[in-house]
Design a protein. Structure first.
Length: 671
């Protein structure tokens, strides 16, 4: 009994324990199931929200899972969850119309299903232009096939971007290949890594011949190889620049390239070489050389012209100097009436000849841009007064009335070149007198505009002469032109006067107009603006009498090879009471200066044995730095004058010199 009870107890305990265990197990299973459900929910949630289309089929091709992305991509108008359990075996056939290659699509699916191998990244093109990428994954659980997983991604925009990139790359590649510029890439050792088609054409080498070769060894001449070496060094410092280089192509022809070079970096910013864009500038260079040669030739010609002019001027002026100088001295001697009349004619002819020579020289100087204008203070009314004094009697000799009008408003001092204004007015008035047989000549000088700083002056020369034909009037300012052969025969002249006048007015920034009527008369009007000056800006007037006294007994060394010129100069100088010592060349002059004191040297420029410049340089260096040395130059050119001053001379006098000018110079330099 007792044992029966014990058994019952133990059975009861056992049952209880079993019940407890069962309950525990059930609870654990329930917990696990809940956990699994949550995980499945999470996964299906994630899949539902994926952009990509996901489809899971079971081993019987029934849909186990599909997301809304899939429905959207394939245009299925049903909620995804309603598709669960649907048979998929006909779905490829149903969807194939969407694809660019419908049969290929069906075939592809069948193959995947047959092979049951994981396949990813297959590209499918759709009829509407979209592109899908497809993954297929078979599901194997413990070695047995349990269905499969499809994933479709819409890669249309990505493909479009990639296509654009490829097209753009292709575009630039073609551009680089075919552009007229040669492109070359070299590594850090200068070895050629890339050359475009144009560079191959430019250099004459094929890519195969160039790749791996050092650029400068292929193209540059040994003389300019250093240029490339230098450029490579500056590329290493990150410097880009452009330069021109003479090279030799494969055929051995010399070429010029304009190269724009820059360092080349990899994506990490490390320099891996350099690139150069090459332009063939051989033709331009040749043109440049031709131009340079032409310029040189033009300069040489201009120089030759200048030298010719200087020589001609020397040759003409030297005898002219003698004729004029001696003629003027001869007038001072005792002569009978006959002789005096002949001599006066000779002097007048010589004066006229000098005018012609000066015109020609002036013109050449103006044409070669070698005419310098003075800018000094002068009195315009005084100048006009002197000119009219000079020409009034000439006009009256011809029975013409000379009328002069000078505006009182003209400033007492204007700044300009009185000599050239004088020359212009003399030209115009001489023409008027020359070409007028009866009536009058009028010279008007008036102020047109005036302010505190400058005055615009109008100068009018008017006559009642033969006038000028309309046709000729148009070309009156052309050099060497005259209205007709008859005019030339009757009145002479060179036809240069008006051309020079026009040029002079032009370089004074003035205006000149001419009006004329045949048989009625001619009017020339000139307008020039001149700054207003102070009386202190006027050069001092030479004071003859005092000066003559001052010069008496002073010692002059006259250096001149031409006998006639020495005679003229000596006679003028002696007439002022100066003591003259003569030297026939620079060497003798230097010798004399070593042994004797002089107050002033008059030095010719062109002499045999030793010329004036050499002698002057020697005197300044070895003997005397202060003695005034005045150049006697037959050469009217500006360059000659500056040569004198550079050599250490103090001033210059052009031959044939006038007594006035010589006196003025002596007065200024003799202390
Ligand atoms: P030239 O007087 O030495 O011949 P110009 O250049 O001074 O040279 O003048 C050129 C020509 O213009 C003259 O030959 C003449 O035919 C004409 N001419 C110039 N001035 C006048 C004038 N005042 N009246 C008529 N003809 C003139």
């Amino acid at each position: 009994m007792e044992s029966e009870d014990k058994l019952k107890d133990s059975l009861k305990r056992e049952r209880k324990a079993k019940q407890a265990a069962k309950q525990g197990l059930e609870e654990a299973v329930a917990a696990k199931t809940a956990e699994l459900r949550r995980t499945a929910l999470r996964i299906s949630n994630v899949i539902s929200n994926m952009q990509e289309g996901v489809l899971v089929e079971d081993e019987n091709r029934r849909i186990a899972l599909v997301n809304p992305g899939f429905c959207t991509m394939f245009g299925i108008p049903v909620a995804a969850e309603l598709l669960i359990g649907t048979d998929c075996s006909g779905s490829a056939e149903q969807a194939k119309h969407l694809f660019a290659d419908p049969e290929g699509f069906v075939e592809g699916i069948n193959q995947l299903l047959a092979k049951r191998e994981k396949t990813t990244g297959e590209i499918l093109l759709l009829k509407d232009g979209r592109s899908f990428s497809r993954d297929y994954v078979p599901i194997l659980i413990e070695g047995s096939y349990r269905g499969h997983f499809w994933k479709y991604s819409d890669i249309t925009s990505q493909r479009k971007y990639e296509d654009a990139l490829v097209r753009s790359e292709e575009k630039y590649r073609l551009l680089i290949e075919n552009m007229n510029l040669g492109l070359l890439e070299v590594d850090m050792e200068g070895r050629i890594k890339y050359a475009n088609q144009s560079f191959c054409v430019m250099s004459g080498f094929t890519r195969e011949e160039m790749y791996g070769q050092v650029g400068e060894e292929l193209f540059t001449t040994p003389e300019n190889r250093h240029v490339i070496v230098k450029k490579n060094r500056s590329r290493e410092k990150g410097i880009s620049d452009a330069y021109e280089l003479e090279v030799t192509n494969k055929q051995g022809h010399k070429k010029w390239w304009l190269i724009s070079g820059a360092p080349l970096f990899n994506h990490e910013g490390k320099q891996i070489g350099s690139t150069g864009i090459h332009l063939d500038i051989t033709e331009r260079k040749q043109l440049e050389f031709t131009l340079r040669e032409a310029k040189q030739m033009a300069e040489d010609t201009a120089k030759a012209k200048e030298v010719f002019l200087a020589n001609m001027s020397h040759e003409i002026r030297t005898p002219m100097n003698a004729i004029l100088g001696l003629g003027k001295q001869l007038v001072k001697t005792e002569l009978n009436t006959h002789q005096r009349s002949f001599l006066e004619s000779i002097n007048t002819a010589a004066d006229n000849l000098l005018v012609v020579i000066n015109d020609i020289l002036d013109f050449s100087k103006i044409e070669s841009g070698k005419l310098d204008l003075e800018a000094i203070g002068f009195s315009l009314p005084d100048l006009i007064g002197q000119i009219s004094n000079m020409l009034k009697s000439k006009a009256e000799e011809k029975g013409l009335t000379f009328k002069l009008e000078v505006d009182e408003q003209i400033a007492p001092v204007l700044i300009g070149d009185p000599f050239r204004i004088n020359q212009v007015l003399l030209n115009l008035l001489s023409n008027s007198i020359k070409f007028t047989e009866k009536g009058s000549i009028r010279l008007v000088c008036r102020v047109n505009e005036s302010n505190a700083k400058e005055q615009t002056i109008e100068l009018v020369v008017e006559d009642t002469g033969m006038g000028i034909d309309k046709k000729y009037l148009k070309k009156i300012f052309q050099k060497f032109s005259q209205e007709s052969v008859n005019v030339a025969r009757k009145y002479g002249g060179t036809g240069l006067g008006m051309a020079i006048t026009k040029q002079l007015v032009d370089i004074m920034d003035g205006k000149i107009t001419i009006e004329s009527r045949k048989d009625e008369g001619t009017r020339v009007t000139i307008g020039i603006s001149l700054p207003i000056g102070q009386s202190s800006e006027k050069p001092e007037k030479p004071k003859h009498l005092i000066r003559n006294q001052k010069l008496k007994g002073k010692k002059i060394l006259l250096v001149e090879d031409n006998k006639l010129n020495r005679l003229v100069a000596n006679s003028i100088l002696s007439s002022f009471g100066l003591k003259v010592t003569e030297a026939v060349n620079g060497e003798i002059a230097v010798e004399k200066l070593r042994n004797e004191m002089f107050d002033l040297v008059l030095m010719d420029m062109q002499m045999p044995v030793m010329d004036g410049i050499t002698a002057t340089v020697m005197i300044r260096k070895e003997i005397n730095t202060t003695i005034p040395i005045i150049a006697l130059t037959a050469n009217a050119l500006k360059s000659e004058k500056s040569r004198c001053l550079e050599a250490g001379m103090n001033d210059f006098i052009s031959k044939p010199f006038e007594e006035e000018r010589l006196l003025d110079i002596l007065q200024r330099f003799i202390r």
